[in-house]
Design a protein around this ligand. Structure first.
Ligand code: UN1
Length: 498
């Protein structure tokens, strides 16, 4: 075991363990090809033990007062804060996002876990009047039981925490299955909760493939809620499998997020925003800016300024603070993105980049040039999610046309408009078909205290984070308390109750 690439086991019932005869897999630094960590390829039998441990721990965790659960979360948040720099470097080494964004990933974890710790003293229900005398009506929140959290690699500490902290504060116990290529970030998240003193079995961790671990988890009859973030095809599969068991399945899937820039946009602000929105995280955010819809009056100038800036946009070692964009996250990502670039070359006009970067440090990793296509609306690259540093630029003759183009895709996660005209900003807020709209800011950068999610193929109606996080992971019980000492019949006696 090398210091730089430690071995991890599964975490079940409060113990790290490596099952007899377990196979292992290794995660790899996408900038260098170096190993980052070694993990157990879990099996359906491991899932079974993890779910059993979670079900056992549920009885006591459910009975633990929510403010006490909150104290444990606060301790976990403090651990994330203490370890921020160390974890940020692991995020960057394992996933490839630049180090400032690695820190952002961990900061988002801290913010959310802290926020959920406070929820321990809220978890509010409602009280409403009864139609009858001497009767109280109210709701209380109860946990769902054992929940499954299945997470992606692009926010390898933040998204696990969005799910885990929300599930835990509501009193659920968790089986956590992370994306395989960022398993070390995930394991370190689990270690923080362990160090915070979470009781055994409350959080369990099973690494391994979607086909083995993911399927077993989604099919398990004890798991009543599945929270999944990832690609649309896998999401659909998880939804269908979950439906068999009549489970609640929360999906957070893709995006094809537009920035609209009207003729009165502040161009400096726009270019800064588009660079960050399209090429931050190498375009690998569900919220990434993948379409720039420019009003024809500013089309040429905006595009020129954007490509000028890209000439001075350093792509390279993500641990170097001067780097603007690191590698894409894996060989698999590289393959998919380059295939889309080929599609783009056939159907659109390549304006910038458009190739794998080679030579020097590039040869050790998966580096793709920031890429811009000029295209008409309707091409594949203008409608399908690429999840890479590839921006489609489209031209619109009016506000109405820009909004029409923005809305004519299968996704609806994030959206943005740059304008100084407050009327058109508000019209866009109303008209853009998306779960999130930014005004004069790019499509990325949501804050944790607000709901996050989208419409159309981005999901199935749920939201994460913000107050919505509590909805996702709690059941509502409606309570009627009658202290009239006689049988009062709702609807029937209500008339004489006056
Ligand atoms: C994602 O891309 O899956 O809003 C999450 C943002 C981040 C979260 C992105 N706070 O861009």
């Amino acid at each position: 075991m090398s210091e730089a690439s430690p071995e991890y086991g599964l975490f079940i019932g409060g113990r790290w363990e490596t099952p007899d005869g377990a196979r292992r897999f290794t995660t790899v630094n996408p900038a260098t090809g170096e190993p980052v960590g070694s993990f157990v390829a879990g099996t359906a039998a491991d899932v079974e033990r993890a779910v059993r441990a979670a079900a056992e721990a549920f009885r006591d965790w459910r009975a633990t007062p929510a403010p006490k659960r909150g104290e444990l979360l606060l301790r976990a948040a403090e651990i994330f804060r203490r370890r921020k720099e160390e974890l940020a470097r692991i995020v960057t080494r394992e996933m490839g996002k630049v180090i400032s964004e690695g820190r952002g990933d961990v900061q988002e974890s801290i913010d959310f876990v802290e926020y959920m710790a406070g929820e321990g003293r809220r978890l509010a229900g409602e009280t409403v009047p009864s139609e009858l005398r001497s009767k109280f009506c109210l709701t209380v929140r109860q946990p769902k039981g054992v929940v499954a959290c299945i997470t992606p690699w692009n926010f390898p500490t933040a998204i696990p925490n969005w799910k885990i902290a929300a599930a835990l504060i509501c009193g659920n116990t968790v089986v956590f299955k992370p994306a395989s290529n960022t398993a070390r970030c995930a394991a370190e998240v689990v270690r923080a909760y362990e160090e915070a003193g979470l009781p055994p079995g409350v959080l369990n961790f099973v690494t391994g493939s979607g086909a083995e671990v993911g399927h077993a988890l989604v099919a398990h009859p004890t798991v009543r809620t599945v929270s999944f973030t990832g690609g649309v095809d896998t999401g659909r599969d998880v939804y269908v499998r979950g439906a068999e068991g009549l489970k609640m399945v929360h999906l957070e899937l893709g995006g094809k997020n537009p920035v609209i820039a009207l003729e009165d946009a502040d161009l400096d602000l726009l270019i800064d925003g588009v660079l960050f929105g399209a090429f931050g995280t190498s375009g690998q955010r569900c919220t990434a800016t993948s379409r720039l819809i420019l009003h024809e009056a500013i089309y040429d100038e905006a595009l020129e300024r954007l490509t000028d800036r890209l000439d001075r946009f350093p792509v390279g070692d993500p641990l170097d603070p001067a780097t603007g964009m690191g590698p894409v996250a894996s060989a698999d990502q590289e393959r998919k993105i380059l295939a889309y670039i080929e599609v783009g070359r056939r159907e659109a006009r390549l304006r910038y980049g458009g190739q794998k970067l080679t030579g020097g440090i590039y040869d050790r990793g998966h580096f793709i040039a920031p890429t811009i296509f000029e295209t008409r609306h309707g091409t594949r690259i203008s409608k399908e999610e690429i999840f890479g540093p590839v921006l489609s630029v489209l031209k619109a003759a009016s506000f109405e046309e820009a909004v029409r183009i923005a809305n004519d895709v299968d996704y609806g996660l994030s959206s943005s408009i740059y304008t100084r005209d407050i009327d058109r900003a508000f019209r866009a807020i109303d008209a853009l078909e998306a779960g999130i709209t930014y005004v004069n800011a790019p499509t990325i950068g949501a804050e944790v205290q607000l709901p996050f999610g989208g419409i159309k193929n981005t999901g199935n109606g749920g939201r994460e984070a913000g107050s919505a996080a509590i909805e996702e992971f709690s059941e509502i019980k409606t309570v009627f308390i009658d202290f009239s000492h006689r049988l009062q019949k709702a609807q029937i006696d209500a008339e004489s109750a006056a």
